[in-house]
Design a protein around this ligand. Sequence first.
Ligand code: ADP
Ligand code: MG
Length: 223
Amino acid sequence: MIHINDLHFSYPDGNFSLDISTLSINKGESIAITGPSGSGKTTLLNLICGVSRPQSGDIIINGTSLKQQNEKALRQYRIAHIGMVFQSFELLEYLNALDNILLPYRLDKTLHIEKETVERAKEIAGTFGMEDKLQRYPSQLSQGEQQRVAIMRALITGAKLIIADEPTGNLDPKNTDLVADMLLDFVKKEGATLVTVTHDHTFAKRFDRVIDFTQLLKGEKDA
Ligand code: ADP
Ligand code: MG
């Protein structure tokens, strides 16, 4: 699903650079990436999503090299194939839960909201125990509920790659367990690949594979 080769990236100010010699993630695999703050985990997720572009090396997703895509194609690829979940939820306050879930459809002209789309949103909401809260605005939802909305938004388009950056970082232990269960169950059921950054070791243990980010970077220096 994802192959990274000889990746080198640095920010324009030159203060931070990231080197990964090789990383492969299989289709349908759930991966937890753990590592110290500031080590470049979010930077890696941005590279996989095509938000940032490496100076050298390549990322190949489903046989397509990101290097060969222009900005427009990368944006299109991201909207069509990747579901993203952020630590800070990133919900729009002026949209109710249902419209927040359907947001990807508003951001992309090639996706259309059909009757089935709304049905799917309601079905997913059922799975996440949120079916009776779809009319509420983010300010009327608990933290755990807001994060569930953010996760549903990442899942609504049926993307086969889900990228989650510390999705339980702002949740209490009870909600962390709940959200973790729901997310892991859902991606397994859909056969989607899940790449998650997390500081939570109990959460990480439930993934198919845990990648220690420090070791991943060291792999480069030792090689
Ligand atoms: P992590 O997610 O592991 O906490 P990040 O990938 O967010 O780490 O950041 C890695 C390093 O890159 C940090 O030193 C951070 O300050 C720096 N960094 C992050 N974003 C930018 C940016 N847009 N421009 C310059 N430096 C950045
Ligand atoms: Mg981060």
